[in-house]
Design a binder for this molecule. Structure first.
Ligand SMILES: Cc1cc2nc3c(=O)[nH]c(=O)nc-3n(C[C@H](O)[C@H](O)[C@H](O)COP(=O)(O)OP(=O)(O)OC[C@H]3O[C@@H](n4cnc5c(N)ncnc54)[C@H](O)[C@@H]3O)c2cc1C
Length: 403
């Protein structure tokens, strides 16, 4: 078993990340912090100041940032610092249209998680149709001469976050217009996003490139003029814009999607399953909040988090993402005994009996199966998966929100 790592110092965890995890990042030497500070305090402060007035009208605004309606809660949601139920509760007194639109979007996150709980790693490939792939193929998927793409790329790489609108622009441009493989684009975006999740990122890419519906999303100058006008007027290519027209890529051939209509889901237990006497709480990246159900259920046990070295070596996440996670853990360590390791959960937890909160992702199952897990606590679903139709959000939501 590897030795525990020292606990990082709050507030500046950058040097700790460089020393212990620096060999695993895709962008050594880049800015230490993205747009978001990690930790429960920052998550709770974001929730306490949440104001979705104007959200319905401004959610898709890109530039200037001060005019955006998007809430920026996603990194906290992604890592379980805020549950979907908590963010829905926080807007109960908001104006009707804004509240409805916001809650609808939160349910999209739940849908992505349900879809992922069904498809797991099979979501690496197109699920319902072959993607729409533009021809001829561009040399660069995101040419730097185009101001819109240069700005979006810089924002992603420097801050680790994008509004939904520009995520769709990138995905569509990458594949539907420039003809590059969507899986490469998905991997690149995932690496840099503070909220990067296979559930939502793969779905977002699949949807944008026409692998989930019969119509790919088209990215053209029109959207930039509408959502970020200043970028267009300052662009060196404004009089020779290569995306003046809609992309022409036709939608791809349909695939067999019958297994999405009903099937088994990775849902986890609906009530705590206590099989033995736990001696530690195992934290996963899906649930790092102080209100993690296993942490709450076992208040006297120390917590353990393992930076999964083989996984991180494969993923090559950005430095910002690891700083965000480390800030979250360092803050937790101020209130609770915490052990940090670099290695694989199977070897670190080999002689322990952890309590853990179920994570509806395939990597959790493969790791948990190799451990002597003493207690599993339910994932906080808005509605539990029940083998229903997940082919489309509209098919799924009809049943989901009725339950
Ligand atoms: C190509 C592409 C990739 C994406 N990758 C991710 C990803 O890796 N992780 C991720 O959390 N979201 C992803 N999304 C969904 C969405 O873009 C982000 O959730 C949203 O932009 C986060 O910003 P916000 O918190 O300000 O959202 P808000 O608009 O304020 O919405 C509030 C919450 O609702 C959820 N939400 C909003 N829109 C969506 C959506 N379209 N799909 C799923 N959930 C949504 C998020 O949890 C978000 O935090 C992706 C979308 C696309 C098109």
């Amino acid at each position: 078993m590897p030795n525990p790592l020292p606990i990082p110092d709050v507030p500046d965890v950058g040097p700790w990340v460089d020393e212990h995890l620096g060999h695993l990042v895709c962008d050594p030497g880049s800015a230490a912090r993205g747009r978001h500070r990690g930790g429960q305090l920052a998550a709770d402060a974001a929730l306490a100041s949440l104001d979705v007035t104007g959200y319905a009208r401004r959610r898709s605004t890109v530039h200037p940032p001060s005019a955006r309606g998007a809430t920026g809660l996603s990194p906290y949601v992604r890592h379980g610092l805020l549950t979907l139920a908590e963010v829905i509760r926080a807007v109960r007194d908001a104006p009707g249209d804004d509240r409805r639109k916001f809650v609808d979007e939160v349910w999209w996150q739940e849908y992505c998680r349900h879809l992922y709980a069904r498809v797991g790693t099979a979501g690496r490939a197109a699920l319902r149709r072959e993607p729409a792939v533009g021809t001829p193929r561009w040399d660069e998927p995101l040419p730097a001469e185009m101001a819109c793409l240069r700005h979006v790329r810089a924002e992603l790489e420097q801050t680790g976050w994008l509004v939904n609108q520009t995520r769709m622009w990138v995905a569509s441009q990458w594949t539907v217009r420039a003809g590059h493989d969507w899986a490469d684009g998905e991997a690149w975006m995932f690496r840099h996003l503070l909220d990067g999740s296979r559930a939502a990122n793969r779905y977002g890419w699949q949807w944008s490139v026409g692998a989930m519906t019969s119509k790919p999303y088209g990215f053209a100058r029109w959207q930039v003029e509408r959502r970020a006008r200043a970028w267009c007027s300052s662009c060196p290519l404004r009089d020779a814009c290569p995306i003046e027209q809609w992309p022409e890529a036709a939608s791809g051939a349909p695939l067999d999607d019958s297994w999405l209509r009903s099937g088994d889901d990775l849902a986890g237990p609906s009530t705590p399953e206590v099989r033995g006497e736990p001696d530690v709480v195992w934290l996963t990246a899906e649930s790092l909040g102080t209100r993690d159900p296993a942490l709450v259920a076992w208040p006297d046990l120390p917590a353990v988090f393992v930076f999964d070295e083989p996984l991180l070596a494969r993923l090559r996440l950005s430095r910002k993402r690891l700083v965000f996670l480390t800030e979250t853990l360092a803050e937790l360590a101020e209130h609770r005994p915490l052990e940090l390791y670099l290695g694989s959960p199977a070897s670190v937890l080999r002689d322990r009996s952890p309590a853990v909160t179920f994570a509806p992702v395939p990597g959790f199952r493969t790791r948990a199966e190799r451990l002597d897990v003493a207690a599993v606590h339910p994932h906080p679903w808005l509605v539990r998966p029940a083998g229903r139709d997940v082919t489309s959000h509209s098919a799924w939501i009809r049943h989901a929100r009725r339950t």
